[in-house]
Design a protein around this ligand. Structure first.
Ligand code: RAT
Ligand code: ZN
Length: 416
């Protein structure tokens, strides 16, 4: 069906956005076979680290006192400070309310006890079905770290994955802190030493290969600091070029680079204590040019890095830009970044990932992003109609599918 005007466009776009089945390509969710690692429920949402950071600015409670509380007490304290004593206007707070509303609970009641009661009656399996269906998400990519002591045993005894949860191998410990990590590799039977000798690098490659095969990871991922450099004469530089990228090429796996995080700028906040910094784009350009047979994925944390990331993506077919990550996953910035990307890349990128750590968060992250991305798309299509170009319903659906996961999955197999 041909779309003739902005009104028709709005309707067709709403339909496409409502029916698109999202592939959520970076989350911290786990298949149910990992047991308690899959977080869900209202207390988990309230104690999300994004909210913990906001809580500490709204309370006089000493850090240690908060960390000594039970999860329920922490959730109570956050609820009181951010939802009762203040208006929950921040994106992370609003997210909790959207998720509750999507589940049929009434945020207007402000009834934490009632929400808890409702959750207590749900089973994990049914809740997963419900959340995926309500969020319009068909699958999500996990973050699987062999160094995680809770996760590793599940892989070792053979994880029986729910197919909606797709693995991705996370490699931060080996790539970023070799000095601390090599003794663990040695403990697990790899013949490694502190210095990155040829024999050690051989074994590091064996480690990556074995875990990539064991997890059947869709890609290999790492979060990098703003100071990330390549080429670099360092343990990280050597491991990256001599172990990670060769194995990625051999197995046809992209390396996802998430650049810009400054870990623990306030250590008292623990995992809520990370900050952001301006990164250089040159390392990305160097890697894409030097390793043309490798695929790379890129997301950057600082707002001021977004434009350079788009331009680098234009230059390399082996680079895929994805998501509005963490501190830029806010409506005002998603709006800006999506428009910038559409203008520079057409539909050749992944508009969003959720980064959800709590299952229920996919409800709000995708609801909020759909709305903002939809508004940006509407304007862009309207500009096309103004030229006299015509647009079919089916083309619009094709584009939306591409932006919400289709383009990424095509990138995985596109010939380089
Ligand atoms: O968004 C987050 O929850 C962050 O804490 C990080 O996990 C980040 O997304 C990462 O994957 O390093
Ligand atoms: Zn993440």
């Amino acid at each position: 069906m041909k779309i003739r005007d902005r009104k028709g466009l709005g309707k067709a776009l709403d339909r496409a956005l409502a029916t698109v089945e999202v592939s959520d390509i970076h989350t911290h969710l786990y298949s149910p076979c990992f047991g308690d690692l899959l977080a869900w429920g209202v207390d988990e949402m309230l104690t999300y680290h994004y909210l913990i950071a906001e809580f500490f600015r709204a309370t006089e409670l000493p850090y240690e006192k908060y960390w000594a509380m039970t999860k329920t007490q922490q959730a109570d304290a956050i609820w009181k400070a951010l939802f009762v004593d203040r208006t929950p206007i921040s994106e992370s707070c609003r997210g909790v309310l959207t998720a509750l509303e999507r589940l049929g609970l009434d945020p207007g009641k402000r009834d934490l006890a009632g929400y808890r009661k409702w959750y207590a009656k749900q089973s994990a399996e049914k809740h997963i079905d419900r959340v995926f269906e309500l969020a319009g998400v068909k699958n999500c990519v996990m973050t699987n770290d062999p160094f995680d002591d809770a996760e590793r045993p599940v892989w070792l005894k053979g994880a029986k994955l729910d197919p909606r949860f797709i693995p991705a191998l996370r490699i931060d410990p080996v790539l970023l802190s070799w000095e601390k990590s090599f003794p663990r590799l040695a403990e697990w039977g790899y013949q490694v030493t502190r210095d990155l000798s040829a024999r050690t690098l051989d074994e590091v490659r064996r480690f990556f290969r074995e875990w990539a095969v064991k997890t059947k990871g869709l890609y290999v991922g790492v979060s990098l600091p703003p100071t990330f450099e390549a080429p670099e004469q360092s343990d990280t530089g050597t491991i990256l070029e001599k172990a990670v990228l060769p194995v990625c090429e051999e197995l046809g796996l992209p390396l996802a680079m998430m650049i810009g995080v400054k870990r623990r700028v306030n250590p008292q906040l623990r995992m809520a204590g990370d900050g952001v910094g301006l990164a250089r784009i040159e390392p990305v350009e160097y890697l894409c040019a030097k390793f043309p047979k490798n695929r790379f994925m890129l997301t950057m944390l600082q707002r001021e890095n977004q434009h350079a990331a788009c331009v680098a993506t234009r230059k390399f077919r082996n680079l895929h830009l994805f998501g509005c990550w963490w501190f830029v996953n806010n409506p005002s910035l998603i709006d800006e970044i999506t428009r910038e990307r559409l203008e520079l890349l057409g539909t050749g990128f992944t508009a969003q990932h959720s980064d959800a750590r709590v299952l229920d968060q996919v409800l709000y992250k995708w609801a909020h992003s759909r709305k903002v991305i939809g508004a940006a798309l509407l304007d862009k299509y309207a500009d096309l109609l103004d030229t006299g170009w015509t647009i079919e319903d089916s083309e619009l659906k094709r584009d939306v599918d591409a932006l919400f996961g289709g383009e990424f999955h095509a990138f995985l197999t596109r010939r380089l």
